[in-house]
Design a protein around this ligand. Structure first.
Ligand SMILES: [Zn+2]
Length: 348
């Protein structure tokens, strides 16, 4: 399967936080031909292993999260409107008028995030952000009973209904690139690595968006010598963003994380990544001072501690329903991660 097709398939799969089964199944099928062993832990993390040719080899963990941000039904009003809570960090301003899918026991039910019409708002009301609490999902039913008959109930998760599109030869837009692009990178590295000097774990984690939870338990089980999270980062090359706030740009190569709010990249991992990029002439961007974090933050605190780093794909509009990224950046990120794993046998 071509890389862009893999990304499309993973992006179109649904995996709202805590309900990652469909993504896991997709990723599992894709990974299967390339790994020696695969397992799923009790929280739902997918762990593929490629054993090293030598007995005494370091263990490398590559982690990408399978979950995506979404909503969860909190209350059904007597008129059949669904009130919701957010799963993961979503800006309230991007929710209004979105097309969504409610994942019910009877299948997916389309709906719209509705709000009070602006026409009847007072002047000052119109200027304010409408908070998620006053929004609702309209699935076209008239009352609570009708909602129940269609299968909708409290606790159902809701995803954004977004189509994947290739808008230029290099750029794609779609849903949940955070972090399906990381999942597709796991596959690319698996395909590109020929010799395994390290025993390498390819992990699709769950519940990253609500506190890096899957990474916590999978790392405990694997107990790696070094780990790299493959994720996305904010591309700030859009109007209204100052360079100092978000200097990472789309189409300028993968970002190598130095520090975020949860991790200071281990110096050995940082130089391993930078050296790999330099040696292979892969353009890269160094990133520091971002708020938010990745699975690497949690993995680093496992047992006696794990040296960790982050390779991320600059992505525009993350944590909103649709985002945009460059396939060229993804290709370079794959190459960088592959070389880093190869290098890890020497460094650790
Ligand atoms: Zn992410």
């Amino acid at each position: 399967m071509r890389f862009v097709d893999t990304l499309e398939k993973l992006s179109n799969a649904y995996g709202v936080v805590g309900r990652e089964a469909e993504v896991r199944k997709t990723l599992r099928t894709m990974m299967k031909p390339y790994v020696d062993k695969m397992s799923i832990d009790k929280l739902g993390d997918l762990i593929g292993v490629k054993y090293a040719s030598k007995k005494k080899a370091p263990k490398v963990m590559l982690a990408a999260h399978m979950d995506e941000i979404g909503l969860i039904v909190k209350n059904i009003t007597k008129d059949g409107f669904l009130q919701f809570a957010k799963l993961g960090g979503i800006d309230d301003r991007v929710l209004i008028a979105q097309r969504v899918l409610v994942h019910t026991e009877k299948g997916r039910r389309p709906g719209i995030v509705g709000s009070k019409p602006p026409h009847i708002m007072k002047e000052d009301e119109r200027k304010k952000t409408i908070e998620a609490d006053s929004l609702f999902i309209d699935v076209g039913v008239s009352n609570r009973e009708e909602a129940r008959e269609t299968g909708v109930k409290v606790g159902d998760v809701v995803s954004f209904d977004i189509r994947f599109d290739k808008i230029t030869p290099d750029l794609v837009i779609g849903k949940a690139f955070d972090d399906r692009v990381g999942c597709s990178l796991l596959l690319e590295v698996l395909k590109q690595l020929e010799d395994f000097d390290c025993t390498t774990y390819f992990v699709g984690t769950v519940q990253e968006e609500v506190g890096l939870r899957g990474a916590c338990v999978s790392a405990f089980q694997i107990c790696p010598d070094v780990a790299i999270a493959l994720d996305v980062t904010v591309a700030g090359d859009v109007p209204g963003v100052k360079e100092v706030q978000a200097p990472i740009k789309m189409k300028k190569g993968p970002a190598i994380g130095i520090m975020d709010s949860g991790l200071i990249t281990h110096p050995k991992v940082l130089s391993m990544l930078v050296d790999a990029a330099e040696k292979a002439d892969i353009p890269y961007q160094l990133e520091t001072g971002m708020s938010g974090s990745t699975d690497a933050a949690r993995i680093a605190l496992t047992r006696e501690g794990v040296p960790c780093g982050v390779v991320s794909v600059p992505t525009r509009y993350i944590h909103s329903p649709s985002s945009m990224l460059s396939l060229g950046d993804v290709e370079k990120a794959a190459k960088l991660a592959t070389l880093a794993v190869r290098e890890a046998a020497r460094v650790f």
